[in-house]
Each structure stands twice: as structure tokens, then as C-alpha cells.
Design a protein around this ligand. Sequence first.
Ligand code: PLP
Length: 352
Amino acid sequence: MLPAREAGRQALELRGEPWKIATAGWFDRVEQRRSLFARLIGVSPENIALVPATSYGLAVAARNLAAGPGQRVVVIADDFPSNVYTWRAFCARHGCEMVTVERAPDQEWTDAVLGAIDERVAIAAIPNVHWTDGALLDLPRISERVRSIGARLVIDASQSLGAMMLDFTTVQPDFLVAVGYKWLLGPFGLGYLYVADGHLSDEPLEENWISRQGSDDFTRLVDYSDAYREGARRFDVGQRTLFEATPIAIEVLEKMLEWGVENISVTLAAKTQRIAREAAAIGLPPTSQGRRAAHMLGLRLPEEKLASAPGLFAKNQVNVAVRGSAVRISPHVYNDDDDVNRLLSTLAQLVN
Ligand SMILES: Cc1ncc(COP(=O)(O)O)c(C=O)c1O
């Protein structure tokens, strides 16, 4: 976003004159970022930790959840690698079993996941949309089942927060993580971890100075404190102050709050629905027959066109993600009708 780039330029200027940064500057803008994000997703800032990556947030969850021999961790097939590797390592360490849920071609992910959840399951580590094509998981239904057997729910919402609302009161995740650089339009390195009230006394991954009580008095940092700062701040990554990037994240969060996530979602739905409809008319079916999120879709490409597709997209300046035999299309509000027309004419060229 242009104003975000400008905020970044100004942040770099300030970083070049660090004597202008007062002690309060280490906290004010960080707390502003935390609060804006909390407001955007409809939770309390006390439940938000500032983390650099999905893998970091998942590592916090893995450090604090328990499972043993005979128990299971459920993930879905072809999920994003950060989730898969985290729980694979977790299961190797704890002696539990990782179960990868597959789905039949005409089956919804929700039904496939529900079918895999029984008393052996200790943790369900799932996304709210599949990262390859936006196929939707019904989190309220899955959560109800997970909680009814006393299992834990960990969600990777990297592919939807900012483009789609999630009802935290109903879903009640134990941990939920999201990168800030996708649908939240922010810089790299500034992600978010939601930590439920019941986990606010859990162990952080690292012991950094600024997440301790009293860290805002720089004259007394060696009066070491055993107490962490309030809420989920104990899970903040070291150097979460990130003077160079925090103002960028603030700028985009303010803008998204002004627009409203619901409005973003409706705007993107109109674009993806038109693309889905016109692509189907030229013989390109969606990869998912079931429910999908409003902001993303996957199209199945004919086998014989796979080799030529990336070159044609590049030539026509169409930026989509070709993954295996599918193409992922994820427009945002910056894509106008001309962009959608160019995509559709490129798809038509591809199949003709
Ligand atoms: C669903 C999902 N989770 C996480 C990530 C990024 O993971 P990490 O923050 O661990 O680099 C991506 C990136 O494409 C993603 O699609």
C-alpha cells in the first residue's frame, strides 16, 4: 500500500537518527500495533503476541501442548509445510502419531476432518482455508467436536485474516497464528499469535529482556524480574520493537479497519466469483467442488497445458501461483476489472 511504503520510509529516517527515539518509543507503537490487530480480528490485545513467523507461533503451541503414545495430532493433506514440520517433530519427540486427513474428490474438508476426530486425538492443527485453493473448513463445527473430546485446537489463519472474519467466541482456538505479510498487507517478520486465556501462563520460547515486568525502566534492567509483562506479551519475540517495520504494519491495520474486513471480503468475492464462473465456461473447473473462501480460488489446468502455463502467464503479466496441476488465484482490492479481464483472456488463450 502506498501510504504504508511512505510510513516505512519515515521509519527508516527515524532509525537513522536513533537519538530521537525515547524510551516510550520502544513500547507505544508496538502496543498500538497489538491493539489494532486485536481490534481487526475482534479479540482483546491481552491475547495477542507479536511473532515473526507462523513457524514461531506454532512452536509456542507445540512447546505447551501435551500428547503421548497412543494419542494423535490431526493435520490435513497438503497443508503448508510450517504446520506439517512442526507437528511431525512434535510427534517424534512425544511418541504420538500424526494423522494426515485426506479428502475424497467430492467431499468437504470439514467432513473429512470430523471423520478423523475421535478420543485418540489430542491436537487438531488445521487452517481455516486450504492454502492451495481457499477451500473452507467449518471451524465452528470442527471446534465443537475437538473441544467435546477435550482435545486442543491450533489454527494457521495466515491465508485469511484480513480478508475474512473469524468468530473467536465460537471457534475458541487454543492458539491461532497468522503471518502479517499476506492478506494483512504488512511487512515480513511481523506476524501475530492469538493465545487463549487458558494458556496465558504457558512458557514462552525464549527469555527476552523486554517481555519482563519493569523493562520500560532502562535504568533498572539488571534488577532482574521473574515476572513477565501482562497477557500474551510473554510470548513476544525478541526485538519485537522493529522500529523499521512496525509503522508499516500500523498503517495497513488502520486502513483495513477503516475499510472493514467484511467489505474487503465482499469486494473480493465479486472478483473470484466472476473468475470462477467464466473459467468454468471455458472448461477450467475449480479444484474444490465444496465451499471455498471468498478471496481465493484454485483452477484445475489441463495436463497438456501445464508446461506452457507459467510462460504464458509471465508474458501477459498475470501473477498467479501455479502449483502442480492447479493454479491459485488470489486477487485483492488493488486488482481492477482490467486485471481480471487480462487473467480471463490469458486463461482462454491457454485452453484454446
Ligand atoms: C498457510 C500458510 N501458513 C504459513 C505461511 C508462511 O509460513 P512461515 O511464516 O512459517 O514462513 C504461508 C506462506 O505461504 C502459508 O500459506
